[in-house]
Design a protein. Structure first.
Lengths: 108, 116
C-alpha cells in the first residue's frame, strides 16, 4: 500500500515563502492531494495535482511533483499568520493514505 | 448548508465502557470514512464504507465497529476491546468512488474521546 512521509515541523517568518515536502511510495497514485488542518478542526482540501503534471499553481499555492523521485512539495508564497496549521499530503487510491502532517508555525 | 456533522465534540468515558460517535452527512456522498488522529501519528484509517450496508476494515479496525444502514449516517462504536481509545476521531465523506472526487474528502470537525 501507499506510504507517505513528511517532515514534522516547519517555522517561517511572516511574508517569507514556506515549502513543505512529502515523499510517497505508490507510483500508481493518479492524484496527489494537500490538506490543511487548523487547531481542533477537521481537514480541508487545499489543492491537488494530477500525476501527469509537474506543477500546479493556485493563487499563493504552488504544487511541484517529481514523479521520478516520488516527491511532492507545497510552496506557500507570502506566508501569513493565518497559514499556521498542520499540512498533510495524501495519495494512493481510495481510501486515501495520509502522511503524519507538517506543523507550520508562522512567526510575526 | 451542506456538510458533515460529528457529535459529540468532546466525550469522557470510563475504561471498559462502549462509546458511539455519531457522523451524519447531507452532501449525498456515497463514501464515508473514519480516521483516528494521535499526536505525531497523523491520520490512520479505522473503517470505510463505499455503499449502504457495506463497509471495510482499515488499518486499525481492531476494537472498533461501524454500521451503514443509511447513506447519510456512519456511526463508530469504540468498544472496550480497544486498548488505547483516547484520541481525536475524524469522519469524512467523498463524492465519488473513482477519479479526483474519490480523494476530495470532506471532514467533520472531529470528536475528542478521553477515557478516564
Amino acid at each position: 500500500g501507499e506510504d507517505v512521509e513528511q517532515s514534522l515541523f516547519l517555522s517561517v517568518r511572516e511574508g517569507d515563502s514556506s515549502v513543505i515536502n512529502c515523499t510517497y511510495t505508490d507510483s500508481s497514485s493518479t492524484y496527489l492531494y494537500w490538506y490543511k488542518q487548523e487547531p481542533g478542526a477537521g481537514l480541508q482540501l487545499l489543492t491537488y495535482i494530477f500525476s501527469n503534471m509537474d506543477m500546479k499553481q493556485d493563487q499563493r499555492l504552488t504544487v511541484l511533483l517529481n514523479k521520478k523521485d516520488k516527491h511532492l512539495s507545497l510552496r506557500i508564497a507570502d506566508t501569513q499568520t493565518g497559514d499556521s496549521a498542520i499540512y498533510f499530503c495524501s495519495g494512493g487510491n481510495t481510501p486515501l493514505v495520509f502522511g503524519k502532517g507538517t506543523r507550520l508555525s508562522v512567526i510575526a | 448548508d451542506g456538510g458533515i456533522t460529528q457529535s459529540p465534540k468532546y466525550l469522557f468515558r470510563k475504561e471498559g465502557q462502549n462509546v458511539t460517535l455519531s457522523c451524519e452527512q447531507n452532501l449525498n456522498h456515497d463514501a464515508m470514512y473514519w480516521y483516528r488522529q494521535d499526536p505525531g501519528q497523523g491520520l490512520r484509517l479505522i473503517y470505510y464504507s463505499q455503499i449502504v450496508n457495506d463497509f471495510q476494515k482499515g488499518d486499525i479496525a481492531e476494537g472498533y465497529s461501524v454500521s451503514r444502514e443509511k447513506k447519510e449516517s456512519f456511526p463508530l462504536t469504540v468498544t472496550s476491546a480497544q486498548k488505547n481509545p483516547t484520541a481525536f476521531y475524524l469522519c469524512a465523506s467523498s463524492r465519488g468512488l473513482a477519479g479526483v472526487m474519490a480523494g476530495e474528502l470532506f471532514f467533520g470537525e472531529g470528536s475528542r474521546l478521553t477515557v478516564l
